[in-house]
Design a protein around this ligand. Sequence first.
Ligand code: AMP
Ligand code: ZN
Length: 482
Amino acid sequence: MAGVGPDPLMTMRLYNTLTRREEDFAPLADQTVRMYACGLTVYARGHIGNFRTFVCIDVLRRTLKYVEGYAMRHVMNFTDVDDRTIAGARQAGMDLRRYTDQFIAAFREDARALGLEEVEEMPRATDEANLRAMAGLVAALEKNGHTYLSDGSIYFKISSMPGYGRLARLDHEGMQDGARVDGDTYGKENARDFVLWKGARADEPHWDLVQPSGRPGWHLECSAMALRLLGDSIDIHAGGIDLIFPHHENEIAQSEGATGRPFARFWVHVEYLLVDDEKMSKSLGNTYTIPDLVAKGFRPSAVRYLLLSAHYRKPLNFTWASLAQAEESLRRLTDFLARVDRVERGGGGAHAAIAVRLAEAEAAFAASMRDDLNTAAALGTIFELVRALNSAMDAEEVGAGDVPGIRALFGMVDRVLGILSLRRAEEAAPPVPIGEIEQAIADRQAARRRRDFAAADRIRDALAARGVLLEDNAAGTRWKRK
Ligand code: AMP
Ligand code: ZN
């Protein structure tokens, strides 16, 4: 796949939480980026805070592919067994796998609506191959002297890893040798030996792959899936900033404790989406999902735009006004592109000044994306260009000959940011799902066959009210957009 680069003078710079610095990024081997991103814990539908992290990671992926020209091997998991999923399934009185299926399906819907590219692998922790990998990892850690058994559970002994705490910059003084934590999540002040494998309890699912029988801790799952699918050393490990401690710290301890090799070279963390200056999170009850926003008349493309309007390492406050503003910005872009279509129809040659302006914008856009994914600056460049080209069009200094160049530039921008084609797809989609239209046509025909014309008209009018017109002809009934 051809990217804009790679250009030896213009390397991608990426902030690495491990070193707390921006560094030059290139994959270790065969021009392929091996990236692991922690995915959704599927005990609820993901909210747009979760999706801030996923959209930013999607743009990292797209930048590595389409600006840098690398191939990707990108894994994003589903956490389908942990404290929260088990509690949720128990409350719903459902089997864990069936309970989590519904949130995985919802994630796939939202991911499609937000234009996330499909990644190479989306493993579930409870897939057999992954559970086996977890058992293998526990065995390797036991062999290397990093574990002990207590009350039927297997713990990781953090004092056996001298580097423990490097990612989160923990100070070792507060850590008590031998003190343990059992929960999947806890704070830095509770840096303790953590549970790798929790002994079976009567009300929890458990597996016999590890003795004593039990179930994996959350941290073990990601290490095992990353090592199994990407190998001992990966290029980038990503997630939201709340995962730095304990999740990612523990992943490093487990993976390096087992393999003896450095686990991830770059650690990338996305800052929070906030509501009234608090983290958007289910526990605070301040979340919005994609269907929530769609029900209020906003489109997912505007949500994606909003989530990319700030740099990923800066907190972003969600407000209705900023979402409306994102809609407005997107409209300016689509109005501009519609105007470009009109210019094309109007004819005229190419202008050297336009080509120069486009080349400058392309270079500035790529430079911003290579600068630790500065999406805010990249969007700024695009809006400056739109202003300049609108003025040039006012002055009739743009011709049909300039249009292929303009389209090529916006095509490249769209591959990287993924906003414009998403908006186009939304606009091309029928106002009512196709299945519903087809069902309504069939119901209407049935009503007419039984000569219930009032019912047939009601069906037609109901569709018309939703923006779909029915047309009858000799071949049957067809629908079109109102
Ligand atoms: P979870 O489902 O809790 O495991 O979270 C899935 C991903 O969403 C993780 O990478 C989290 O760090 C991230 N995340 C959760 N809440 C937010 C938020 N308010 N802003 C940005 N990322 C978040
Ligand atoms: Zn993880």
